[in-house]
Design a protein around this ligand. Structure first.
Ligand SMILES: NC(=O)c1ccc[n+]([C@@H]2O[C@H](COP(=O)([O-])OP(=O)(O)OC[C@H]3O[C@@H](n4cnc5c(N)ncnc54)[C@H](OP(=O)(O)O)[C@@H]3O)[C@@H](O)[C@H]2O)c1
Length: 317
């Protein structure tokens, strides 16, 4: 089969012929129709930040084939598989790597894999995994109620564009930041007010919020603290300068007032269940920026690593 391939973290990504995987007794073999290149892929691919290597291989990647998500069709099942059958449309994600940027992938039925809701295409399904999982993970860390006011910094990213839709679905009132070219898109996703971060500093607005979700991880608690109501919560997608966000998440809950939470994204199965329900009801439609062929995957990585994508970047196979 054809697969994206690199043996060492420093290697350039190529596309080559490799042996097709075979499903072990507890695995399903999936013919991959779509996968994405996302920010987690960039970390798995390069082993940076270094902490990634404790999960993906210390000296060199455990799997030479990158890829953390897939959407495709089950073409074979192992003897012990009971949850899936041949012909089913499935999608799945593992932030430590699945080797899914290939024509076929074999995954255990115990992994975070689920049936794709009807009327959702393979590219849409693939684009509903990584960023949407992290977005849901913010929301699941707090008790948000309908009518609450939330500020989403970076609503044009993969995480932010899913987050705005999830919040709208929950009846939350969203103020979001976006770049000039995506102001209309972010309004359409469900933001009540959109601040153009290219001409306005969102930290200077008068409004106050129950939650500030820094979906793009470019701000800090210190810069956003005054935007929070008295018991408000700040969550960022990045650890922040000197790992301040995980540290603040340990100490701020010990004090009265505003707190920081760090969204360790552990329960992928729970996220996929939530995402599937919203996809099925039409409440969530992933934003797809660009689509590439597998042969163009190195170009897709360069684009995603530039930090300039809008929503998600799909590889159609
Ligand atoms: N903690 C985790 O486990 C985890 C997992 C995945 C990702 N992440 C991190 O989460 C962050 C977001 O990921 P993502 O995939 O959503 O990002 P992304 O899609 O790459 O975000 C790109 C978008 O963010 C916008 N942007 C850039 N700087 C901005 C700023 N200062 N204010 C507002 N918007 C800005 C860009 O607009 P322009 O093009 O106009 O600049 C672009 O539209 C990344 O830093 C990523 O490393 C963390």
């Amino acid at each position: 089969m054809k697969a994206a391939y690199r043996e060492h973290y420093r290697d350039a990504l190529t596309v080559r012929e490799v042996a097709q995987p075979v499903a072990h007794p507890d695995e399903i073999l999936v013919r991959v129709h779509a996968t994405t290149v996302n920010r987690t892929d960039c970390a798995v691919m390069t082993g940076k930040p270094f902490i990634m290597r404790f999960f993906t291989g210390l000296m060199k990647p455990r799997s030479p084939i990158p890829g953390t998500d897939f959407a495709g069709e089950v073409v074979a099942v192992g003897d012990k598989v009971s949850l899936f059958k041949k012909g089913q449309r499935v999608f799945g994600f593992n932030d430590q790597g699945l080797g899914s940027q290939a024509e076929y992938v074999a995954v255990s039925e115990q992994q975070a894999v689920a049936e794709i809701p009807q009327n959702v295409s393979y590219p849409q399904a693939a684009a509903s995994l990584e960023a949407a999982h992290y977005a849901y993970n913010f929301l699941s860390k707090v008790k948000h109620t309908a009518g609450a006011q939330v500020l989403v910094n970076g609503a044009t990213g993969g995480i932010g564009s899913a987050m705005v839709q999830f919040l709208r679905h929950a009846g939350v009132r969203v103020t979001a930041t976006a770049n000039t070219k995506n102001l209309a898109l972010v309004k359409q996703l469900g933001a009540e007010r959109v601040i153009n971060f290219e001409i306005e500093d969102f930290t200077r607005i008068e409004d106050r919020f129950e939650f500030v979700f820094d979906a793009v991880g470019k701000s800090t608690f210190c810069k956003c603290r005054h935007l929070l109501k008295p018991k408000g919560v700040y969550i960022s997608s990045e650890p922040g300068p000197w790992l301040q966000n995980p540290l603040l998440a340990l100490f701020t809950p010990l004090l009265p007032g505003k707190t920081v939470k760090f969204p360790l994204p552990l329960d992928i199965k729970r996220s996929i269940k939530f995402i599937s329900e919203l996809l099925a009801s039409g409440a969530f439609k992933p934003v797809i920026d660009r689509t590439y062929a597998l042969d163009q995957i190195a170009e897709a990585y360069t684009y995603v690593a530039s930090g300039a994508k809008t929503g998600n970047v799909v590889i159609e196979i």
